[in-house]
Design a binder for this molecule. Structure first.
Ligand SMILES: Nc1ncnc2c1ncn2[C@@H]1O[C@H](COP(=O)(O)OS(=O)(=O)O)[C@@H](OP(=O)(O)O)[C@H]1O
Ligand SMILES: [Mg+2]
Ligand SMILES: [Mg+2]
Ligand SMILES: [Mg+2]
Length: 318
């Protein structure tokens, strides 16, 4: 099946959302705290509203499983924040009202189904707040397999010194990147193992999102001696897909050993890497299971590689 329409709607929505995020970021955004103590900003809500509206308008029957929830924005003390979100959304959707914005955000409360979208309106909110990397990550999943993935990474550097990369993949059609500001999609490939300069691995910036000492031990065991490239968000998948790194390790943090990864933190990134020739499994070599729910209840840790080193990495982990 061709996913031409899905791909185009996803690209347009992600680009619009990334624009909103960059506008918020120029104003040095403040963070609000969610009940799990993690940060969220008006940009996370604005991005989710824009994208869920776009998907809902074009594919009204498709559920969307997204990170944020408008319930936190619905109290009277949050009214000023909701007004701010609405103002940003209005710049791109003039008919936006606070009520409409909340209802668009809540389109993201869908459940995993035979066909669904999953959205992280800002992946790497901590990176967004630090003026580092972040990504708008949107994917379409059918029968448990990611079919379309779009990653908009406004802070990823291009060769010409400018910033902003869009990564796009459709199952069976390859992976591509383009300047986020506009330009043709160019095919990308993972790095070859013989390419010693690219023997780098990527990992999270936040030490609590992984096990950095085990990650560097595993990288060393497969011959990667250079220091890791630390990067927030699914931009790490973009780095592997385009050959800047051969490995992304995300092993359970000793601080939260029972944490289960969320589907929106990986869906778009995984198809971009797979279509660029790479491989993804959990730390035990099992495929990530996108068919059960918002959390990967049956997977632990994530290993993303250029493919050729994957078995060696799994052996080092075993
Ligand atoms: N304990 C633990 N272990 C693993 N992952 C966790 C954990 N806690 C949170 N999260 C999720 O991490 C998402 C951000 O991941 P990053 O790789 O961007 O982390 S980092 O900012 O580079 O450190 C972040 O996504 P966003 O909330 O979209 O930013 C969280 O979903
Ligand atoms: Mg979050
Ligand atoms: Mg995330
Ligand atoms: Mg997020």
């Amino acid at each position: 099946m061709s996913y031409e329409k899905e791909k185009q709607v996803a690209i347009d929505a992600a680009i619009a959302a990334a624009k909103l995020c960059q506008q918020v970021r120029q104003a040095i955004p403040a963070a609000m705290e969610k009940t799990d103590k993690s940060p969220v900003t008006v940009a996370d809500y604005g991005s989710q509203a824009l994208i869920c509206k776009a998907i809902g308008d074009m594919f009204g029957d498709d559920p969307i499983v997204a990170e944020e929830d408008a319930a936190d924005l619905s109290t009277s003390e949050m009214a000023p924040q909701l007004a701010k979100v609405t103002d940003y959304v209005k710049e791109l959707v003039p008919e936006a009202t606070p009520e409409a914005v909340k209802s668009w955000i809540d389109r993201g409360n869908g459940e995993v189904a035979p066909r669904y979208w999953t959205l992280d309106p800002i992946d790497g909110t901590k990176g967004f707040l630090r003026q580092d990397q972040y990504a708008v990550a949107l994917a379409l999943v059918e029968s448990g397999q990611v079919k379309v993935g779009v990653l908009a990474c406004p802070a990823m550097p291009l060769e010409n010194g400018e910033c902003g990369i869009l990564y796009v993949a459709v199952r069976g059609e390859g992976a591509f990147m383009a300047p986020l500001a506009g330009g043709d999609l160019q095919p990308i490939r993972v790095a070859d193992i013989g390419d010693a300069a690219n023997l780098r691995f990527v990992e999270s910036v936040e030490s609590g999102h992984g096990d950095q000492s085990r990650q560097s031990a595993v990288a060393k065991a497969v011959g990667i001696t250079a220091d890791s490239l630390r990067m927030d968000s699914q931009a790490k998948y973009g780095a592997v897909a385009s050959g800047q790194a051969v490995l992304y390790l995300r092993l359970p943090s000793p601080k939260s050993p029972n944490y289960r990864e969320k589907i929106w933190d990986h869906a778009a990134g995984t198809i971009v890497v797979e279509e660029a020739g790479g491989r993804i499994t959990d730390m035990h070599g099992k495929p990530l299971d996108f068919s059960i729910g918002a959390k990967f209840a049956n997977n632990q840790g994530v290993v993303v590689s250029n493919g050729t080193i994957h078995e060696k990495v799994l052996e080092a982990l075993a």
